[in-house]
Design a binder for this molecule. Structure first.
Ligand SMILES: NC(=O)c1ccc[n+]([C@@H]2O[C@H](COP(=O)([O-])OP(=O)(O)OC[C@H]3O[C@@H](n4cnc5c(N)ncnc54)[C@H](O)[C@@H]3O)[C@@H](O)[C@H]2O)c1
Length: 268
């Protein structure tokens, strides 16, 4: 199993969960120190993980890592793409360089990881790809045009790939998390927390979800693990929201106390 972005947040939780199910997991990430920390944690439990320090925008490095891993394991059944970055700005605030950076990591990096893994996934005849998208692929907030565009592209990419790969026995699905307590979300909260601070903003974002809190990375990982497993053998081309009910609601609330679906804001 290959997990991109495996050094942190959702990717790390996915890698830990898949390893705990007995799989040998390759963690691909550009953050060498964080990568080593997660792989050591998995190995200490007697489970199997390998670290590959790779930038997902580097097609050759990705292919080398995947070839080395599959050369050793002999097969590859699962790819999870979680490497991603968040950047901010409306159209005029978004420079060409920033736009290119977000699309390169979030979209091209996912495409390149899929390209590197696909020959082995097809050979396995029961391969599964899970793309980590976001609720931002379907609904948005202000000031995130590049990120939202990248997540919209990922949903379309996963659907299109699912159709192409069905005849090869490879299933392709995506998950769309709401706000998940990870370093990425905390960085956003630190940037926008103002006088009230990051913790208060994280709390408010959590309360904006009908379930009243942020998700843990493992609550996303459990859905990813299901989609990657044979329990989801007839599921392909699907996007599963893991958003605490965020996109089930509209921010136009009835006045009676207790009838509302939460505060009218959708942070991520
Ligand atoms: N945290 C949330 O609230 C949230 C919500 C919806 C979707 N997501 C998505 O989930 C995914 C994981 O996010 P997270 O919150 O766990 O973030 P995170 O920052 O904790 O982890 C992202 C990981 O991706 C790695 N990465 C970034 N660019 C890379 C590159 N070019 N090459 C290799 N590795 C790279 C980082 O080093 C990091 O380890 C992202 O795609 C993000 O858009 C997150």
């Amino acid at each position: 199993m290959v997990v991109t972005g495996g050094a942190s947040g959702i990717g790390a939780a996915v890698a830990e969960r898949l390893a705990s199910h007995g799989a040998e997991v390759a963690l691909l990430d550009r953050d060498e120190v964080a990568l080593r920390r997660v792989v050591d944690r998995i190995s200490t439990r007697g489970e199997r993980a390998a670290a590959f320090c790779v930038d997902v925008t580097d097609a050759e490095a990705l292919e080398r890592a995947v070839d080395e891993f599959t050369g050793r394991t002999g097969r590859l059944d699962v790819l999870v793409t979680s490497a991603g970055i968040q950047r901010y700005g409306d159209v005029l605030e978004t420079s060409r360089a920033l736009w290119d950076e977000v699309l390169a990591v979030n979209v091209t990096g996912t495409f390149l990881a899929a390209r590197a893994c696909l020959p082995a996934l097809r050979r396995s005849r029961r391969g599964a790809v899970v793309v980590v998208s976001s609720v931002q692929g379907a609904a948005s907030q202000t000031g995130v045009v590049a990120y939202a565009a990248s997540k919209g592209a990922l949903g379309a990419f996963a659907r299109a790939m699912a159709l192409d790969e069905a005849r090869h026995g490879v299933r392709v699905n995506s998950v769309s998390p709401g706000s998940v307590e990870t370093p990425m979300l905390r960085a956003s909260a630190e940037r926008f927390g103002g006088a009230a601070g990051a913790d208060e903003l994280l709390d408010r974002w959590g309360r904006a979800h009908p379930l009243g809190r942020l998700a843990t990375p493992d609550e996303v990982a459990s859905v990813v693990a299901f989609l990657a497993s044979e329990d989801a053998a007839f599921v392909t081309g699907e996007d599963v929201r893991v958003d605490g009910g965020l996109l089930a609601g509209i921010p136009v609330l009835l006045p009676e106390p207790g009838r509302s679906g939460g505060e009218p804001e959708a942070p991520r």
